[in-house]
Design a protein around this ligand. Structure first.
Ligand code: PBG
Length: 329
């Protein structure tokens, strides 16, 4: 009781604050999402994501070496697919010589210890900008799962450490796990986007890959029939439970900052590594405010990243990985 209890004693100076600190952020916590473009010596800016680029494979390799030296040990890979390769089957997604497959191979050759986690979903390959096959105004679940299985196997063949299905079809974790086992990839892991919400914070990402749902008759204009309704929390537990039962090694909550309650709920209810994705719109918001001089960039970046760990995340997918790693040293 006051005055004997004075909480401020523990905050007196930085040394004391460090002694009692509960959460520690290090570059080992980060997974950097990277965007790959066709061509050579290509570095294309993404206007809604200042500081993030689509790099061709040659420049990607340089970048991967650089981030490795900063202490970042994992990348989550996305490719920008040429329009002429897009269709409604996604077949380019499992082309053994596709841009994704080449990227996985080259990163593993250049930096073998880098954990490579390619994205598994059809949207970059879909003429309709959906994560699955579209038919009569619906996104087909089971037919999409067959495609995701082929895609995952092609990533495993190319040398991926983990596959990262971000599509939210039901049953895809079990289908992918079974196929990996049957095809002799027992050590390839699955990081499941288990609680992924239909969010408007994904806008800049869809600019980066030109992958937004198209505005066409008979094509749903949003992803609400497969991604979760952001009003719900209990449902996230059912999603996570199911994915663990099907064989997920790590589960993901996405987006991040507006979903810290979900991160904590998942962490408290299951004994499995939890990841969180600080998505493109969250990155864009902080960048825009900082560019206007309204927020201190470094400080809000570290505060937001630390909040994920405090909420219970074991790892953080963030476009800030490189800048934050530089600061954390
Ligand atoms: C699609 C996918 C999305 C993101 C990662 N994979 C967008 C979406 O679901 O439409 C979002 C990432 C971000 O916004 O940073 N499979």
């Amino acid at each position: 009781m006051f005055p004997y209890n004075r909480h401020r004693r523990l905050r007196k100076n930085e040394s004391l604050r460090n002694l009692v600190r509960e959460t520690h952020l290090t570059p080992n916590d980060f997974v950097l999402p990277i965007f790959i473009a066709e061509g050579k010596n290509v570095k294309e800016a993404i206007p809604s994501m200042p500081g993030i680029y689509r790099h061709s494979l040659d420049l990607t390799i340089q970048e991967v070496k650089e981030i490795w030296n900063l202490g970042i040990k994992a990348v989550n890979v996305y490719v920008k697919v040429n329009s002429n390769l897009k269709d409604n089957t996604g077949k380019e997604a499992w082309n053994p010589d596709g841009l994704m497959q080449q990227t996985i191979k080259e990163i593993k050759n250049a930096v073998p210890e880098m954990v490579v986690m390619p994205d598994v979903a059809l949207d970059p390959y879909s003429i309709y900008g959906h994560d699955g096959i579209v038919q009569n105004g619906q996104i087909l679940n089971d037919a999409t799962n067959d495609a995701l299985v082929k895609m995952s196997l092609s990533h495993a063949e190319a040398g991926a450490d983990f596959v990262a299905p971000s599509d939210m079809m039901d049953g895809r974790i079990g289908a992918i796990r079974e196929a990996l086992e049957e095809n002799n990839f027992p050590d390839v892991g699955i990081i499941s986007y288990a609680a992924k919400y239909a969010s408007s914070f994904y806008g800049p990402f869809r600019d980066a890959l030109n992958s937004a749902p198209v505005d066409m008759q008979n094509v749903p204009k949003d992803k609400k029939t497969y991604q979760m309704d952001y009003h719900n929390a209990q449902e996230a537990l059912r999603e996570v439970e199911e994915d663990i039962a099907e064989g997920a090694d790590i589960v993901m909550v996405k987006p991040g900052m507006a979903y810290l309650d979900i991160v904590r709920l998942v962490k408290d209810n299951y004994n499995i590594p939890v990841s969180v994705f600080q998505v493109s719109g969250e990155y864009a918001m902080l960048k825009a405010a900082a560019a206007n001089g309204w927020l201190d960039h470094e400080k809000v970046m570290l505060e937001s990243l630390t909040a994920f760990k405090r909420a219970g995340a074991d790892m953080i997918f963030t476009y800030f990985s490189k800048e934050a790693a530089k600061l954390l040293g």
